[in-house]
Design a protein around this ligand. Structure first.
Ligand code: HEM
Length: 211
């Protein structure tokens, strides 16, 4: 690949030879001028110059970037500017978004309800088997002790009702459990799809600006 100097780049500032510099590489934009969705003038105004910042500010898509290799002339001899691509900005924006939501990343939002339900289930089962009477799970418990109105007693009661249903009709109980799990899984899946889609700003028009 040809190594070019700034003098050479600056000399190619006409419509017939409109060279622009992007991230230290030199491109001849002339064949693409008429096809540029942002208009030919935007590129022509920058002919013979470094267009990296404005190019990235316009958040060009990966489709736009795929055009570049076909226009490549060479690389600039000296170029030490580090301009992040809007593609990497998108990655960082998604990352920052994750952090700003209190560390509740996609995997946590998936894991947390699972862990909590498992803990609650284990606790219910434990509480149920530790009941002093051990019988009458279906409706018993309302007159067990003075603490029955506390939330823990209510939860234990709920657990014992669940346990009674499960032992009375395990097939039905498993079907309900599977149904609930599927609804929950579908919810997690949909929120994840929305999240990932949201993070992919490159899918939207180039005029989308990154904050
Ligand atoms: C050879 C270099 C360039 C190529 C291959 C290119 C390619 C494209 C493509 C394919 C789009 C459509 C949207 C997308 O896919 O991102 C676009 C839009 C755009 N480009 Fe470029 N571009 C180049 C240089 C520039 C430069 C130097 C500017 C300077 C400001 C610029 C500004 C814009 C703007 C503002 C839009 C949005 C147009 C709109 O949404 O109406 N582009 N470009």
């Amino acid at each position: 690949m040809a190594t070019l100097s700034w003098e050479q780049v600056k000399a190619h500032n006409t419509e017939a030879e409109a060279w622009i510099v992007l991230h230290g590489s030199v491109y001849n934009a002339t064949p693409f001028l008429e096809d540029h969705p942002g208009g030919r003038d935007l590129i022509l105004d920058l002919a013979g110059q470094d267009a990296t910042e404005v190019f990235e500010e316009a958040a060009h898509s990966s489709d736009a970037r795929d055009i570049l290799p076909g226009l490549l002339v060479g690389s600039l001899k000296e170029y030490n500017k580090e301009v992040p691509t809007s593609q990497s900005l998108i990655g960082r924006t998604a990352e920052a978004h994750k952090k700003s939501s209190g560390g509740l990343t996609a995997s946590w939002t998936t894991l947390l309800p699972t862990v909590l339900s498992l803990v609650a289930f284990a606790w219910f089962m434990g509480a149920r088997s530790n009941r002093p009477d051990g019988h009458g799970d279906g409706g018993g418990g309302s007159a067990q002790s003075g603490s029955d109105h506390s939330w823990t007693a209510q939860l234990q009661h709920l657990g014992s009702v669940g346990g009674a249903v499960a032992s009375a009709n395990p097939v039905w109980a498993s079907l309900v459990a599977v149904l609930l799990l599927s609804v929950w899984g579908f919810g997690v899946f949909i929120s994840y799809v929305i999240y990932v889609d949201y993070g992919r700003l490159d899918k939207y028009p180039a005029r989308t600006r990154l904050e």
